[in-house]
Structure formats: structure tokens, C-alpha cells
Design a binder for this molecule. Structure first.
Ligand code: PXL
Length: 277
């Protein structure tokens, strides 16, 4: 069994970050170790949410693991609360990273052209530094633009996507995968670049005209889980993209769907089946 450490917040209610990463990675057959960066009452798209910062806990917790001799097959980071937490995450990469540890970074901080409420440009620059240490990064187009000082566009062509990928490659990650890339009407998907071999891959599925919170976290969790099952980059991202799209479609058909997240609980059995095949 592979052991994955995931570092992100606990939004107690809101179906995102650790409350989706933990069930998804476990359902995919991996031991999932969590390092919560903060406890929020909800994710930050609600008004009036509470936050208990856990920065001072990160090193004591990881030092304890180190003293017990634990290692990880992957470290997967998502929403980190502050620049200081990014610095500590770099330290954790040094302590636990080896040539056999997959460092997977989802630089969660922005979408639809805007930074999330807790973040500013200094945070985006720090996140770009962290991305330089990764094996794989999976920013959306907005995050890519903030990290590479590029113009954010809602309408674009393949040349724009390749420019963003090449600018992301300069940050230093071995593989860069842009998410939410739409190159034809009614489609959305991922566009990846292996910065060492120069190979690219692209996968799209049908775009559903609705935006739900937490879908990026679902996509990343499935991607990490599938890579640790030994799937190729293309197969892992295809599984993640298909599962995310399917989950959004199932959510759409629920007349009582919550506004704040998707019904991944309804589709988890399908993910487990897909992992068996
Ligand atoms: O799903 C990304 C995410 C994770 N964690 C928190 C968030 C968000 C997106 O808004 O607010 C706390």
C-alpha cells in the first residue's frame, strides 16, 4: 500500500481540500496521512467563516513522524494558508522528499481571473517558488497567470496555452499540467508538458456550464491516487478528468444539490470500480 501525505486545510463544511482528498485517496487504496494547515468552519466562498490557523503545529507533527521513521510515496499539497506555511512546506519537502517521493503541487489560490480572498500577489510569488520544487504541478489558467505574470484570457488558442506551459516550466517543476483548458467549443480538459522530454499531452471531455467549488481538489486527488497506482501521466489525468466531469454531471441532476460543492459521495463507488479495471 502506498502512503501519501496531503497538506491542505480542513474546511469542516464545504466538500473541498482534506474532506475530499482523504476519502478519495483512501477509496483508491492508499494510506492517507493528513497535515491540516488550518481548520475553517467552511471554505472561503461562504461569508463569515471562522479560521483557526495551525502553522505552529506543522513542524512538531512532522518531526514526530520523522522520529518514528515514516516516509511517504507522495506528498500532495493543496490550499496552504500563508507564505509562512509555504516556507514550512518547502522544509517538509526537504525532510521527506527523496527520488522515490512524488511531489505533487496543486497551487490552490485563484480561479476565474481572481485570487481567493485570503491571498495576494506576494502569496502567488511564494507559491511559484514552491512549484519550482515539484515533480508535477497542476495550476488552473488563473493560477498559471498569477505565477508567471501573464495576461489572463477567457478566450485563447493553443499558442496561448503553450506559452503558459513554457513559462510554468521555467519555474522548475518536472511536469506542468494546466487544468480547465478549453480549446474547442463545449469542451474542457488538461494540457500537460513534460519539461524534460518536451512531450505534451492533451485530454478534453464535455464541458458542463456550471462551476462548482472543490472540483479542482477532486481532480487533483484522483490524479495523485491514479499516479500512485502506477498509471501513466495521460491515463491518470484522463481518469481524474472523466471522474470530475461525471461527478459534476451527477450533481447537476440532483434537485437538492448543495451550492457549495459536488456530490462526489454518489460517484465514489464508480471510481473504485474504475480503479479495479
Ligand atoms: O477548493 C479549494 C479551496 C480549499 N480550501 C479553502 C477554500 C478553497 C476555495 O475556495 O476556500 C479554504
Amino acid at each position: 500500500m502506498k502512503r501519501i501525505l496531503t497538506i491542505q486545510d480542513i474546511s469542516c463544511l464545504g466538500k473541498c481540500s482534506l474532506t475530499v482528498a482523504l476519502p478519495i485517496l483512501s477509496a483508491m487504496g492508499h494510506e492517507t496521512v493528513i497535515l491540516p494547515t488550518a481548520v475553517l468552519s467552511t471554505h472561503t466562498m461562504f461569508s463569515g467563516f471562522t479560521v483557526k490557523d495551525l502553522t505552529d503545529q506543522l513542524l512538531p507533527i512532522t518531526q514526530h513522524w520523522k522520529s518514528q521513521g515514516f516516509t511517504f510515496d507522495a506528498i500532495y499539497t493543496g490550499y496552504l494558508g500563508s507564505e509562512e506555511e509555504i516556507e514550512i512546506t518547502k522544509h517538509i519537502f526537504k525532510e521527506f522528499g527523496s527520488k522515490d517521493t512524488l511531489l505533487f503541487i496543486d497551487p490552490v489560490m485563484a480561479d476565474n481571473g481572481k485570487l481567493y480572498p485570503a491571498f495576494d500577489m506576494a502569496y502567488a510569488r511564494k507559491n511559484a517558488e514552491l512549484c519550482g520544487l515539484a515533480d508535477i504541478i497542476v495550476p488552473n489558467i488563473t493560477e498559471a497567470c498569477f505565477m508567471t505574470d501573464s495576461e489572463y484570457k477567457t478566450e485563447y488558442d493553443e499558442a496561448y496555452v503553450l506559452t503558459l506551459l513554457n513559462r510554468l516550466a521555467k519555474l522548475g517543476s518536472k511536469k506542468v499540467v494546466l487544468t480547465g483548458v478549453s480549446l474547442s467549443e463545449g469542451k474542457t480538459g488538461v494540457y500537460g508538458l513534460d519539461t524534460i522530454s518536451g512531450e505534451t499531452f492533451h485530454y478534453q471531455n464535455d464541458r458542463i456550464d456550471a462551476s462548482y467549488h472543490g472540483t479542482g481538489d477532486i481532480f487533483s486527488s484522483v490524479s495523485v491516487g491514479a499516479l500512485l497506482q502506477g498509471r501513466s501521466l495521460h491515463d491518470a489525468f484522463k481518469l481524474a478528468a472523466d471522474y470530475t466531469a461525471r461527478t459534476i454531471a451527477v450533481t447537476q441532476s440532483n434537485p437538492e444539490k448543495p451550492w457549495y460543492g459536488v456530490d462526489f459521495e454518489a460517484t465514489l463507488p464508480e471510481l473504485v470500480d474504475a480503479c479495479r479495471s
